[in-house]
Design a protein around this ligand. Structure first.
Ligand code: GUN
Ligand code: ZN
Length: 428
């Protein structure tokens, strides 16, 4: 049994600092985390752990900060190659850039190439778990799960279902969406660290028959998550109103077809009606904040106050989002909240990118925190990764002030190491 003891600063959350207060977060300047069999066996004072485990292999990260790996709760891995495409808002952006690229994923080799490239990019940015949309092609799901499995990663994904308002090459049917999703779910859900997510893209690209079929599949497999988009742009909402004249609001288009529940993940959720917020809170659904996407495609300013009502995850929304980095995403969340008149504490930003996203994905008992028994998926952050950040961090009076310049200014140069199930991703 190989034990690895990694040393550095540690920040251990016991839960959401928004509710529990920043004082609830434990900070050790000379901390340590003992990894055994892919999980966190112990954590605490580094010297004490070293004395208690003299045979453990020691990796000393110095002053770097050991954190849970980041968790990105909403991405589209097939959009990797079209990230940062200029000049469009949501519907035009989908038609101009996204759909032509997604049409390529029926080719298993191309899908495998992008899936591997995507996962390597996020690992180099400190992200160890994602929930991804694939394309309508089962091959795109096979490629993604295959690549995640080869890297030992915990990952969630599903076939994106669309049977209208998309190019011919990107349309399935209500029946084939049900059949293909079910076959993929049976093949992949619960294999190693992988979970299948039922994935209707959004109400405009599904007929009522398709939403109903996927609602039925979810009822048959209630342990699966379901992911979709909700109220991202005002034009989109107006279109949904035309397509679903009987619906009370956008959320109702899902609810009426069995697609509202505690294991539902609703991406964006910016322009919500009071009834929609009440219903999301009543059922305990999760919403996912995608701040770089919301500014990049011009969608709007998410209200982080929703976190007082229901679970809120954080996500890049690659490639509508303009980054693969959860550091950049935390910075954007901070800026969006500032534009709404609220300054989010660094503890809350970090929580959303780790434990908050884990809770949104119903994985809050195994990832997203440094705690005994949790998966040893870790990210080690250099808090002085550039001269600009270093000179600001030297003035810091506590760990939050030391961390904040890295949140606001750092990129992948700040990622000193990443551990997946206890194993370092980069050579030590
Ligand atoms: N709504 C429906 N599909 C998408 C997508 O791929 N990206 C974003 N940002 N919004 C969507
Ligand atoms: Zn999305």
């Amino acid at each position: 049994m190989v034990e690895r003891l990694i040393l550095g600063q540690i920040l251990a959350f016991s839960g959401d600092p928004r509710a529990l207060g920043v004082e609830s977060v434990r900070h050790e300047t000379r901390g340590g985390v003992l990894l055994r069999d892919g999980v966190i066996a112990e954590l605490g004072d580094g010297a004490a752990l070293r004395a208690a485990h003299p045979l453990a292999e020691v990796v000393d990260h110095g002053d770097a900060l050991i954190l849970p790996g980041f968790i990105d709760a909403h991405v589209h891995y097939p959009q990797t190659a079209i990230i940062a495409s200029w000049g469009k808002r949501l519907i035009d952006w989908l038609n101009t850039y996204t759909f032509p690229e997604e049409a390529r994923f029926g080719d298993a080799d191309y899908a495998a190439d992008v899936a591997g490239r995507y996962l390597d990019l996020i690992l180099s940015n400190g992200t160890t778990t994602v929930a991804s949309y694939c394309t309508i092609h089962p091959a795109s799901v096979e490629a993604f799960f295959g690549a995640a499995r080869a890297r030992g990663m915990r990952a969630l994904a599903g076939k994106t279902c669309m049977d209208r308002n998309a190019p011919d090459a990107l349309r399935d049917t209500a029946q084939s969406a049900y059949d293909d999703s079910r076959a993929l779910l049976q093949r992949w859900h619960g294999v190693d660290r992988l979970s299948y997510v039922i994935t209707p893209r959004f109400s405009p690209t599904s007929t009522q028959a398709q939403l109903e079929a996927l609602g039925a599949l979810w009822a048959e497999h209630p342990d699966c998550l379901m992911q979709t988009h909700l109220s991202e742009q005002v034009d989109e909402i107006a279109w949904v109103r035309e397509l679903y004249p009987a619906a009370r609001d956008y959320l109702d288009t899902y609810e009426a077809h069995g697609l509202l529940g505690a294991r539902g993940l609703y991406g964006h959720a910016i322009h919500l009606e009071p009834r929609e917020i009440d219903r999301l809170a009543e059922v305990g659904a999760a919403v996912v904040h995608c701040p770089t996407s919301n500014t990049f495609i011009g969608s709007g300013l998410f209200d982080m106050g929703l976190a007082d009502r229901t679970r809120v995850g954080l996500a890049t929304d690659t490639g509508g989002g303009s980054s693969f980095s959860m550091l950049r995403t935390m910075a954007a969340a901070y800026e969006v909240a500032q534009l709404r008149g609220t300054a989010l504490h660094p503890a809350e930003l970090l929580w959303r990118a780790t434990g908050g996203s884990a809770e949104a994905l119903h994985l809050g008992r195994c990832i997203g925190r440094l705690a005994e028994g949790f998966d040893a998926d870790l990210c080690v952050l250099d808090l002085a990764s550039t001269p600009a950040i270093a000179q600001r961090a030297t003035r810091a009076e506590d760990i939050w002030e030391a961390l904040f310049p890295t949140i606001m200014m750092a990129d992948d140069r700040a990622i000193a190491q990443v551990y997946v199930a206890g194993a370092p991703v980069r050579p030590a």
